[in-house]
Design a protein. Structure first.
Length: 399
């Protein structure tokens, strides 16, 4: 399968070992952002490209015009990612996108609709979801083993981002793991200071489970610590991000199971899921997971700004919801325009301004057109279902 890569030098380093050894995925084109060339050994990069049969290109447009290119790994400048993904999905390319994609969840919704139209597969870069320790951990967090879940804590410390990126990237990755256990979140209450790399977010799940996410920028890196309590037991998981070593402990027992899955193995596992997604087989993570994490990241930022708990509104991602939102905005604008024009017409009548009646007629015509457009929802009915579960390759099981 022919792949392309778009991103920075640091992002390419995350997957170049996999690119050299993989027999299923072959990288044919490599595009590095211009601002990522600082300190880049061009001769070494050229030799790496030659070793894997790839060509380093200078223009992003070459990815759009290549019909042999089936899928693209998209990273690089955060400001450019939404437009790159939009253009690629419009061309029917499958995209594995590094996280985050954008600074708000609206972009995630729009990309999902574009991908659904062209039958392209979108998948987020959540590699920890493919760690064998996490998969085993999920299998243990069942009511049959622990009873109904009551409390979940996800802690992450290490080389985390500061500022807004701490919420968009690190919090989103952490809450993605949490929602695999809690289901939909109904309330978010965030405290801390992202500018210093510290964030604590309390969640209330729709099922009544309390969930806490703690992020601390610290050196040296520590990794993940996940704790789950049920009515009849508990289970703990610790993962070292640098080595991939994980320790899984069930209940009060001193016995612990160890797993080792290095960074290259995680990347290989994630690409394996991406290939399954392209084949329209059940896979995880899905783009629905990315959308949900982005929605919660938006709520987290709002909670930090308001310094209070906020309710989570699970917006449907489909054309009907988008149409309603646009029509609502246009309708509000028309109301203000009509009030202004009424004043203009009244003043024009009093001053005997010629042709002022045409302003009133034009206003009436605008409203008739607006109401006619509104009726298209009933004249041309579409799929009113929630696109969360109808995207290509999406599944409801988050394991």
């Amino acid at each position: 399968m022919m792949f392309g890569f778009i991103g920075s030098e640091q992002e390419w380093r995350q997957i170049r070992s996999f690119a050299k050894t993989s027999r299923v995925v072959q990288f044919s084109k490599l595009y590095l952002d211009q601002d990522s060339d600082t300190g880049l050994d061009l001769a070494k990069t050229a030799s790496e490209c030659e070793a894997i049969g790839a060509v380093r290109v200078q223009h992003f447009e070459e990815f759009l015009s290549n019909s042999e290119l089936q899928a693209v790994v998209v990273g690089g400048n955060l400001a450019d990612r939404p437009e790159r993904l939009r253009l690629l999905t419009q061309q029917g390319k499958h995209c594995l996108s590094l996280h985050p994609v954008a600074s708000n969840c609206i972009v995630y919704h729009e990309l999902a609709m574009t991908a659904a139209d062209t039958r392209s597969v979108l998948m987020p870069w959540f590699p920890l979801r493919r760690h064998p320790a996490w998969i085993e951990f999920l299998s243990l967090c069942r009511p049959l083993d622990l009873g109904p879940l009551q409390y979940i804590r996800v802690e992450r410390s290490g080389r985390l981002a500061n500022g807004q990126l701490l919420v968009l990237k690190d919090y989103a990755e952490a809450v993605d793991l949490a929602t695999c256990l809690t289901g939909e979140i109904s309330e978010v209450n965030a405290t801390g200071d992202p500018s210093t790399g510290r964030l604590v977010v309390h969640h209330r799940a729709a099922a009544g489970v309390d969930c806490e996410v703690r992020l601390v920028h610290a050196m040296p890196a520590d990794g993940w610590r996940i704790h789950v309590e049920g009515t009849t037991g508990r289970v703990d998981l610790a993962i070292d991000e640098d080595t991939g070593r994980a320790v899984l402990k069930l209940g009060e027992s001193n016995q612990a199971r160890e797993f080792v899955c290095g960074p290259d193995e995680l990347v290989a596992a994630l690409f394996g899921e991406f290939v399954r997604a392209i084949a329209l087989s059940p896979h995880a993570p899905t783009w629905s997971d990315a959308v949900r994490a982005a929605e919660l990241a938006d709520c987290c930022q709002y909670s930090l700004g308001r310094r209070r708990a906020v309710d989570v509104y699970q917006e449907k991602r489909n054309e009907v919801a988008s149409f309603k939102g646009r029509m609502t905005s246009i309708g509000c604008g028309l109301i203000w325009l009509t009030l202004f024009l009424l004043i203009v017409v009244a003043a024009g009548k009093g001053l005997h301004v010629p042709g002022i009646d045409w302003v009133a007629i034009a206003t009436a015509v605008i409203w008739l057109v607006f109401l006619a457009v509104q009726s298209l929802r009933w004249i041309l009915p579409g799929n009113r279902g929630d696109e969360r579960t109808s995207l290509p390759g999406s599944i409801t099981n988050h394991k």
